[in-house]
Design a protein around this ligand. Sequence first.
Ligand code: MTE
Ligand code: MO
Length: 544
Amino acid sequence: MTEYTPLSDRYPPGVESVAIAVAAGVAGLLGSYAAVGFAPGFVVAPIESTLSRVMPGFLITFAITVLGDLGQQLNLLMAGTIVVVLYAQSVLVTISAGRALDNRLVPLLGGPAIVWAVTAVLTGQPITSLGAAVGAGVVVAVTDLSRSGERFVGQHDPKGRRRVVTAIGAALGASALGYAIGRDSQSFTGGDSAAGGSGGSESQGGSDNDRPRGDPAIYGNVEVPEFDVDNQLAAAEERTFSFGEMDPLVSEKFFNVSYSSVSPTPDAAEWSLTVTGEVEQQLSYDYADLREMDFEHRFISLRCVGESLNGHKMDNAVWSGVPIAPLIEDAQPNSECNCVMLRAADDYYEEFPLEALETGMLALGMNGEPLPRSHGAPVRALIPGHWGEINVKWLTEIEFLEREQDGYWEKKGWHGTGPVNTVAKIHATDRTEDGLLQVGGHTYAGTRGIDTVEVSVDGGDTWTEAELTERLPGATGAVADPPEFAQDAWRQWKYVYDPPDGTHDVVARATDGTGQRQPKDETGAYPSGPTGWVRKTIDPGSVQ
Ligand SMILES: Nc1nc2c(c(=O)[nH]1)N[C@H]1C(S)=C(S)[C@@H](COP(=O)(O)O)O[C@H]1N2
Ligand SMILES: [Mo]
């Protein structure tokens, strides 16, 4: 026969109850992860993106320009902590209530119920929110069971500590399980686990290429297409300067910047794009509509306005999709400001001139593969020549506006909707077979194109023209008037020289297709993107 254990004994007030509640909170968090993985239904996701949205501009700028990737990780950590506190508090309330009513069912059922309700409200996903409830519930139940039949043995119950340890053990168990299942439950193929960077981070977590080669990619229950861009990829490979740390002309690892760490889960069956606002014809397209259109395949480079001058948030790919211009024509916009707002599934929005949109494309593929989750699957916008931020991922709406409005980043003080600044980076050095030094990098000026890159190996006193890669080929497929060369793709430059004995400064500067030379003076990324000549000190002795 089980003896009755008063509830104040099961959950003694004070530290022990708090510890149990926190353990339940952690288990709830992990249970939520178990149920959905790193996806929008994960309870941390809405908190983290809300934090990014409400954070004052100066803090975001600090995070992007000073902390870099760490900034977003801290934000994620903060969101996780908030969730644990919310859950722990919910459980604690039911423990107190249970104690007052001397009814063990109150924490046992009430705790998980509140955790479920909190999660469902935050994520809007009542079913998957059960994961959090189960996680927290396991800890409460284990605590409850570990107490039944016990006698009250006094204030300093030696088993108190053991109970807390049991609760923590249960939390860890739930977490291990959560981790295992959470990994598994990323059931859409071709998925990755995270996009990084509140305007400034490279991807973290799983890769974009989890999908085994040859397997079809399924977004939702729709198989999404691959594209034949072998000729373009081969052309890029042929042209690439490959030495030192140089990334090829088609980036091997394309950077990722998203204001929220958790990318929307791609679902081609549910996806739609509406064309709204100041238009004669409101229009709506689904994924099947786009698939029936004629595709074009275009090299387009992206660069983030928040990157550092010689940073790596500039990359290039060949994208497959449909030109936007015909969709605009069909909608017949009559926008007074000739401006447009793009909106996305992650509640991101950016406003910019209609003129820029007309040159853009809706991409469904990247380097021949289905567009990866972190790059905006199933459909993103690509707007040639402009900063990365208006290349809206997870696109859901094109709204023609009556008057101008600020986009997401402009509300935080950035000026990132215009054309990119001209840059020549220095990313690679190595020694040639005949003992000379070789230095190089990527250079990009958006749709202005790069005319020349000049290099100085004496800190800027004398200059020589560098060698440039041949321009990448122009778009193929559904293009009315196929250009010979890519209109918005970077190039690489290189320069081979006989180095002086000691350390020396290499400086690079580009001149764009309009004859404009990149300005010399350096400015930081905020608010209009980095400018200045890249300078690098090279010690010939340390170059292999
Ligand atoms: N929906 C959505 N689109 C977005 C963003 C975002 O946070 N959400 N970030 C923008 C920024 S700041 C940049 S630099 C580019 C980066 O694209 P990538 O992650 O594919 O490299 O996406 C842009 N599009
Ligand atoms: Mo960006």
